[in-house]
Design a protein around this ligand. Structure first.
Ligand code: SF4
Length: 618
């Protein structure tokens, strides 16, 4: 994705009229709110004509489109040379800004990709959450952690690619534990030649592209050749790789001919809600199923929903050579051109299918219907629960966004504030935050104050305040948070409650500003269960980071166990190398570059970490 934004023209449309200087050619347009937040991104090959349709007869516009135009204060236009360029830019802007009035994936998590960096002599495998245009290969996104774990297990067990960073690999004088447990072929110390390693890379690549059958036949061939040459050790290695791969393939259902690579997509639409199911068929076997809710804000016909979905979904997913959908796309050439651009190859979008493909479409429809049914149930459940929350907790409105705050520390050391976010009763991980606290510990009130204040400052800046803030604590913590809301003048914008365990774990009490008596709800009460869920999630999230911080600190303090290292040399080393891992991999000559570190101490450091490595292996 391009980081640099192309030249654009920002025009004020505060008076509801289209500015006169809009060019006629192709381009992308963005409606912005008063706060310059993108509301809607569209494209057209005749920009002026398209934009006139929004302003000429506002009363004739569909209701939701009219509301969107009324909310817009600015119009941004970006000219492109061709319609295809406009299509690509539109998809980039939608993915980047996630405008409120474009079709949005409800479940907008950053799913992991497997990245294979090809620039290195021995390509490395890593897990990333964002795709970049950096010449590397990206596979995924993996929406199921089981599928990701399985793919990684195969890559490391069968193909034995390295996972360490380039810097760590360069510094190795001996292979690490991964070589001993046969999860890496140890290119770091030349245990495998570059050519052999690259053969494994190309097999891993074929496997990740869904061509496992091809990898199997290649391995069979290699095994026979090795056995023919009496290279039994090599043949045994290929045999083990084959067995591991076949076990994975046997678990997959064969649904089409072995050369079929396609996605089957079905969308069920219900007003503003929709649900999409994507079945991924690779080499004829049914691989992963991806099921996701969509939000359709503007009036769209079903063809428009499919066109927008394909643009958004495949801007971050691998595009197969064939996509089967149940409708004929009016915009087919445009969507197809965009998908071919993403794929860098030919893509066929089929709609009139029969036989096995039709059966797969039916299967996708059943999955989409089931997803829609579940999201309707969740929505109804949330409506009921949010009304109960409003009534029992005396809130001003039914809360759509709820955030929970907790503090994790041990006697005030390494305090971490955690904030979790729930959107309509479901965790919204993109809203989770950690705060490394500066407040002097152990002062719970000061730490709560710091987290609430930092959250509110961000919320005011980004115009993104939660409806309900839930604090882990009693009246003291609640009072501190309430004071912050008062200081920022937002008491009437954010509802606040706190939850605390009663003494001797007898139950839970909920504290509400202005009420001297705590609310005690029955253990199975839905309001109490929801508050506990938010609080427990904040606690879990905070404890996880606090533990990681603590063990990093303990690991760093290992340095102090080395003769000749005190706090100032420890600081010097960490500053020079950036991390304890890099210090542990460093050779004497590299350590000697640290100003003021005697050679004797450098040797002590190397010996210490060698010793630790030996103990680890034993
Ligand atoms: S064995 Fe070598 S190349 Fe493999 S992960 Fe360990 S350090 Fe990296």
């Amino acid at each position: 994705m391009k980081d640099k934004r192309p030249e654009s023209l920002l025009l004020s449309i505060a008076d509801g009229a289209l500015p006169g200087d809009i060019p006629a050619g192709p381009g992308v347009y963005i409606f912005h709110s008063q706060e310059k937040r993108p509301l809607y991104v569209g494209k057209s090959k005749k920009l002026r004509q398209r934009l006139l349709s929004y302003f000429r007869q506002p009363a004739a516009l569909p209701a939701k489109t009219r509301i969107m135009v009324q909310k817009a204060s600015y119009l941004e236009v970006v000219l492109t040379r061709t319609e295809k360029e406009a299509l690509i830019l539109e998809a980039e802007f939608i993915a980047r800004y996630k405008p409120r009035y474009n079709i949005r994936l409800r479940d907008d998590k950053a799913y992991p990709f497997i990245r294979l960096g090809l620039k290195s002599r021995f390509p490395r495998l890593s897990i990333v959450r964002k795709r970049k245009r950096d010449g590397a290969l990206y596979f995924g996104p993996y929406t199921s952690s089981h599928a990701l774990r399985q793919a990684l297990r195969i890559i490391f067990n069968v193909f034995r690619l390295r996972s360490c960073s380039d810097a760590a690999m360069k510094k190795r004088s001996r292979p690490c534990l991964k070589y001993q447990i046969e999860r890496c072929s140890a290119p770091c110390t030349g245990e495998i030649s570059c050519q052999e390693y690259m053969e494994e890379v190309s097999r891993a690549r074929a496997f990740l592209e869904g061509r496992a059958g091809f990898v199997v036949s290649q391995l069979e061939q290699e095994m026979k050749t090795a056995a023919g040459r009496l290279e039994f050790e090599k043949a045994a290695l290929y045999r083990d790789q084959l067995q591991a791969l076949k076990r994975v393939l046997e678990a997959q259902a064969v649904v089409l001919d072995s050369y079929s690579n396609l996605d089957v997509v079905h969308i069920e639409l219900d007003g503003e809600n929709a649900h999409a199911a994507v079945l991924k068929i690779r080499e004829g076997t049914l691989g992963t199923k991806h099921s996701m809710g969509l939000h359709v804000s503007l009036e769209k016909d079903i063809e428009g929903v499919y066109a927008d979905f394909l643009k958004i979904y495949y801007s971050s997913s691998m595009v197969p050579p064939e996509i089967v959908i149940p409708v004929k796309l009016a915009e087919n050439p445009g969507v197809q051109a965009l998908l071919e651009h993403f794929r860098n190859g030919r893509v066929r979008i089929k709609h009139a299918v029969r036989g096995k493909r039709k059966n797969l479409l039916d299967m996708a429809r059943i999955n989409a219907l089931q997803g829609l049914r579940e999201s309707r149930q969740r929505e109804a459940g949330w409506r009921e629960l949010s009304s109960l929350l409003k009534k029992r907790l005396g809130l001003r409105n039914r809360p759509n966004t709820t955030e929970g705050i907790d503090i994790s520390n041990i006697s005030g050391s390494l305090p971490v504030g955690s904030l979790v976010s729930f959107d309509r009763g479901e965790p919204n991980k993109s809203g989770y935050r950690h705060y490394f606290l500066k407040s002097p510990g152990p002062d719970d009130y000061a730490m709560i104050r710091e987290v609430v204040e930092r959250r509110i400052q961000r919320g005011l800046r980004d115009k993104d305040l939660p409806d309900l803030l839930l604090i882990d604590g009693g009246p003291g913590q609640l009072g501190v948070a309430q004071k912050v809301l008062e200081e920022y003048g937002i008491v009437d914008q954010v509802d606040l409650v706190s939850i605390a365990k009663e003494r001797q774990e007898k139950g839970e009490r909920i504290f509400i500003p202005g009420l001297s008596k705590a609310l005690t709800l029955d253990p199975g009460d839905r309001v109490l269960l929801f508050c506990q869920r938010v609080r427990d999630e904040a606690h879990r999230f905070g404890v996880k980071t606090h533990r990681a911080r603590r063990s990093r600190k303990m690991f760093e303090s290992q340095l102090l166990a080395i003769p000749g290292i005190g706090p100032s040399r420890q600081l010097l080393l960490l500053k020079h190398f950036g991390s304890i891992d890099k210090i542990a991999c460093a050779q004497v000559e590299e350590l000697e570059k640290v100003p003021g570190l005697p050679s004797r101490v450098c040797t002590e450091i190397v010996n210490y970490f060698r010793e630790q490595e030996k103990i680890g292996k034993d």
